[in-house]
Design a protein around this ligand. Structure first.
Ligand code: AHG
Ligand code: MN
Ligand code: MN
Length: 334
């Protein structure tokens, strides 16, 4: 089947045209993020060459500091937001607090807030394993000036758009602005993201689970029982499930979105709220999962309904195929 030949920018513009009151700012903002991610993608591809082509220690040939990729990605994304003129604050996993942004232009207001996990799966960088960038966009609450903490700490259900980029065997961008989930593959020769998956839907039930099972002894009894259940034999429910765990949330989530699957990072005896961050990881992926017909909870509550109390707040995460997440919740409830 021949696919539509459509660039990312054209796609978001066409989506936005469906809303006559739209000003085009959101499309431009998402496009700025995509551009920044192309720059990160280039750098990710070069990462393995750094030692070979003359970069030494922490300085490069121009005697500039060689930045860690996560720091580099954070700077590129923040810079793109600052210069783009649509964002009044940026929140990032790499920053202690939010970064307020002054208005750049005067002909329109900078009405959006962006949250980023600039480089997700950073411990996988040196092993050439897929990593990614996650983003989430909200409309500001305050009227004008640089964004405030209230603008930044909104419920996930207020997101106007969210997405991620996987730097893998190819670079793929997946996003939603509330009208379905769409995926684009970067053609490096022309430098464009081209539409490769339209209206993505996650299978309702899966045969794959993703969890760091090394934490098994630290899990609750309910969580242990659920994993034992997935690993035991039953033809009717297609058990045992397969285990797939990359250790980069974006890569695990992306695979599960395509093939079906449940990703879990539960609370454990040491980490009472799990490991993953509500604002930078759980909320954006929960928005995408729900738009694709999936489900995302902390084991009890819908992720998008959780009231944020801090920018770096952690939450347990159960996300993916709807029936599997519902089943996990039953086990956790005991
Ligand atoms: P980050 O690189 O942004 O800090 O995120 C790492 C996260 C996530 O990508 C992954 O799912 C999880 O950490 C893996 O954690 P474990 O090593 O504990 O399994
Ligand atoms: Mn992360
Ligand atoms: Mn990160």
């Amino acid at each position: 089947m021949i696919k539509k030949f459509e660039t990312f920018y054209r796609h978001i513009i066409e989506q936005e045209r469906k809303f006559p009151e739209a000003t085009g700012q959101l499309s431009d903002l998402i496009n700025d993020i995509a551009l920044a991610c192309k720059v990160v993608s280039l750098e990710v591809n070069r990462a393995g060459l750094i030692d070979i082509i003359g970069f030494t220690g922490t300085k490069n040939v121009q005697d500039e500091e060689v930045k860690k990729l996560d720091v580099y990605a954070n700077e590129i994304l923040t810079h793109a937001m600052r210069m783009g003129g649509h964002t009044c604050a940026v929140c990032s996993e790499e920053e202690e607090s939010f970064v307020p942004i002054d208005e750049v232009y005067t002909d329109y207001s900078h009405k959006y807030i962006c949250h980023f996990d600039p480089l997700d799966g950073s411990s996988n960088i040196d092993a050439n394993i897929s990593i990614g960038t996650i983003f989430s966009i909200y409309r500001r609450i305050s009227a004008r000036g640089p964004g405030t903490i209230e603008d930044c700490l909104q419920h996930g259900y207020n997101q106007v758009a969210a997405g991620y980029v996987v730097y893998g065997s190819s670079t793929i961008l997946v996003y939603t602005a509330g009208s379905g989930v769409h995926g684009f593959t970067l053609d490096p020769s022309v430098g464009e993201f081209l539409l490769s998956y339209e209206n993505m839907q996650i299978p309702k039930k899966s045969k794959i689970y993703s969890a760091n099972e090394g934490n098994y002894v630290k899990w609750s009894k309910g969580m242990q029982n659920y994993i034992d259940y997935l690993k035991s034999d039953d033809i009717k429910t297609e058990r045992p499930y397969s285990s797939r765990y990359v250790g980069s949330l974006v890569a695990d989530f992306h695979r599960n979105l395509l093939y079906g699957g449940i990703f879990m990072y539960p609370a454990d005896r040491k980490n009472k709220s799990g490991k993953l961050r509500l604002m930078y990881e759980a909320n954006p992926l929960a928005f995408i999962a729900e738009e694709a017909g999936g489900r995302a909870t902390d084991g009890k509550q819908r992720i998008l309904d959780i009231t944020p109390v801090g920018l770096h707040q952690r939450v347990p995460l159960f996300i993916g195929s709807e029936e599997d997440v519902i089943n996990a919740e039953k086990f956790l409830a005991g």
